[in-house]
Design a protein around this ligand. Sequence first.
Ligand code: ZN
Length: 425
Amino acid sequence: MLVNSVTTTVVTLLLFKFIFENILHFINNYHILLHRKKIPHGFETFIDLPTYQNSVDYTLVKSNFSSFCGAWSLVFDIFLIFSGILPFLLQTGFNVFGNKNFGQAVTFLSIHFILSLFWIPFSWWRQFRLEDFFGFNRSTQNIFWTDKAKEYLLSFVFGFPIFYIIAWFFQSFPRSWWLWAWAILFIFQITMVIIYPLLILPLFNKLTPLPDGELKERLMQLAQTTQFPINKIFTMDGSKRSAHSNAFFIGLEKFRHIVLYDTLIEQMTTEEIAAVLAHEIGHYKHQHIRTNLIVEGVYSFLGFGILYYLSSRHWFLESFGFQTEYTLVPLILIFSIAISGITFWIDPFFNYLSRKHEYQADRFTADTLGQTEPLISSLRKLHKENLSNLAPHLIFSTFHYSHPTLLEREIALQNPTPDDHRTKA
Ligand SMILES: [Zn+2]
């Protein structure tokens, strides 16, 4: 048993987060149960009582499931920290693969793989029990397991060279390795934006060019009036796995494509889909993608700074039962377990930033289309079809919602702030 001041501090942070998260769930569940009998004011026209109550039940079941996952995660992390299993797995990996850069990379990926296996039953249950019960599951056992195999294969294909290079820098540049590691991951992230639609997305989904017709014409015209060049519009067979709907961009600049879920096309009118697209263009026009990239870059820079600090403190890894000679693999393993006890408290800041972006993109949509109606009806449909929680408790949404609630968005759309008028003028 590795009980000492470092391990108990880490476990206390994780425990504190777990307790606080459950208080949040409790407050939110109590709040929505209290309002279960009556549709929230303003939404009576677009949702009926049974559908609304179904959305409340869906929220409650998801909340309980999330609490259960949180409890399992806590127990699992405590086991990993105190039992000494990680130093054992590390030593076994090094015995088999060696402790040079190759051995380190393979050992790290193998341990990562083993630990992730314990989460598969949860994702299976979520898909085939929880989502299925509410009619969202369209996946099959075959698709599920093939997806898992592809995901593991990809994490090895990309993870191996990245870890290998970082391990090399770690050994060759003991003082500046963390700056190199940070830069490598940053470049990798940007490269993925280009590679993902070309190589990875087609492994999981089929993209079909949107056929000529009213919808394609309208979306192309919208792209032209907003001076937002797009190359192609695709539909994606999202319905292969789930009835949830979505739309997104892929690629950069001239190679930018729009992808619409087939479920979205089924559910919405042309003008509503145009509103969804205008909202996404709004994100681009307000440079949100760039802002997010910079914010994430700064955030991960701090993370690597902490990692470097810890790498030069022998007591840190020794507290977890590791010998200090091979510090990179255990350092990342321990860091990834401990860090969630800290990042959880920073999430509200990211949510705040993201919500601000959503308001701006919504305002852009209203200004571009010259009306708020298509966006409001598309948002209502998205919420209704996805059984989203219409009235979460404020403290819960502060910690967990990256988007404003439907009510908040509608109010903001109908009451442009003086600030908005200024940007319009
Ligand atoms: Zn958005």
